[in-house]
Design a protein around this ligand. Structure first.
Ligand code: ADP
Ligand code: MG
Length: 339
């Protein structure tokens, strides 16, 4: 008798969850990215006890049709890509169809959603991958997802979490990055009933920088802009006098997706040449617009790392753009010195 058998869906989802849903911050990231993919203009994030008690994300996006609601929780079910061709030119944050089933396999999830033109919405309730309810709900354009009892059925995961303080810092960090990557979306973040962060959603990136790093820092940011045949680089970088002791304050986004990339970070720092003190790093938000064929986002399940074509050309453009901006800045007399 053979020994090989297929795993049941819930078990398979829990295994996938191990890669995508490491901690409360991963849930926040996946839910907010779904809201962004749904063309939301407003995303409210409400968290209790660093996500260990509850994580709720409410958006005003396109919602999900009633028939599609159960499908959204099926593994590899997505509305975002359909062919191999699409995979090589992904325009959305999601495409793997893994987040919702993964989350639902390790927590309690209630999702309420409605599409604008429809009379009624839908509410679905899942726990440990099992659907407990699926029924009509009052209409309100958008989607509201609440996750509670995270990792209740995977004790090892629960144990592996750090202190609420650390988990909250990670949630705050990812929300900051998503807000910096999407200045046209109004974000709010409330923790234990207290508002931690809010952005206006008016497209003004400098305002978002000021909301996160402080008004003083916001004033010392220089807009940058540069382009070549393949890439367009925009954003804000701090004056060389405004620095921090870690690279944490550098945010890089590719087509509005927050990513981490050592070479691009290095290129930003190199743009300052010798103007930074040893061990000091700028505050920067650098967005790179490119044709999606030039980037492979299907490298890492959480999509933090991407593979870039023409990376050396891009690093050169980034350094060059920042170097030029800082050089011109030095030509403009100091406002305070004039007074
Ligand atoms: P993916 O984002 O990779 O497609 P998910 O599991 O995150 O996979 O979501 C599955 C599907 O559920 C999405 O493709 C989308 O159609 C739908 N969906 C999830 N969240 C939202 C939301 N906030 N608004 C509208 N649709 C959503
Ligand atoms: Mg998704």
């Amino acid at each position: 008798m053979g020994q090989i058998h297929e795993l049941n869906n819930v078990l398979a989802d829990q295994i996938a969850a191990g890669e995508v849903i490491e901690r409360p911050a991963s849930i926040v990231k996946e839910l907010v990215e779904n809201s962004l993919d749904a063309d939301s203009k407003r995303v409210d994030i409400i968290v209790e006890n660093a996500g260990l008690d509850s994580i709720r994300v409410i958006d005003d996006g396109i919602g999900i049709a009633a028939d599609d609601v159960p499908l959204a929780f099926r593994r590899h079910a997505t509305s975002k890509i359909s062919s191999r061709k699409d995979l090589f030119r992904v325009q959305t944050m999601g495409f793997r169809g893994e987040a919702l089933p993964s989350i639902a396999s390790v927590a309690d999830v209630e999702l309420t959603t409605a599409q604008e033109e429809k009379a009624a919405g839908t509410m679905i309730h899942l726990r440990g991958g099992e659907t407990l309810a699926n029924k009509p709900a009052p209409a309100r354009r958008g989607t509201d997802v609440r996750v509670t009892d995270l990792f209740y059925n995977t004790p090892a995961r629960l144990k592996y979490l750090k202190s609420p303080h650390t988990e909250l810092a990670r949630i705050t960090d990812i929300i900051n990055r998503l807000a910096l990557a999407n200045p046209s979306v109004a974000f709010s973040f409330t923790h234990n009933g207290k508002e931690i962060f809010r952005s206006a959603g008016n497209g003004n990136l400098q305002q978002v920088v000021a909301a996160i790093y402080g008004i003083q820092a916001g004033r010392k940011m220089l807009p940058i802009s540069g382009e070549d045949d393949d890439f367009k680089v925009t954003g804000y970088v701090s004056l060389p006098e405004l620095t921090r002791a870690s690279r944490q304050y550098i945010t890089i986004t590719i087509n509005h997706r927050y990513i981490r990339n050592f070479e691009l970070t290095k290129a930003i720092i190199q743009g300052y040449e010798s103007k930074l003190m040893v061990g000091r790093y700028p505050i920067a938000v650098v967005n790179i617009d490119l044709d999606p064929v030039l980037v492979d986002v299907n490298v890492h399940p959480a999509k933090r790392e991407v593979r870039l074509s023409k990376e050396p050309q891009l690093t050169k453009l980034i350094s060059q753009t920042i170097r030029n901006r800082i050089a011109t800045e030095n030509l403009i007399p100091d406002v305070d010195a004039q007074a």
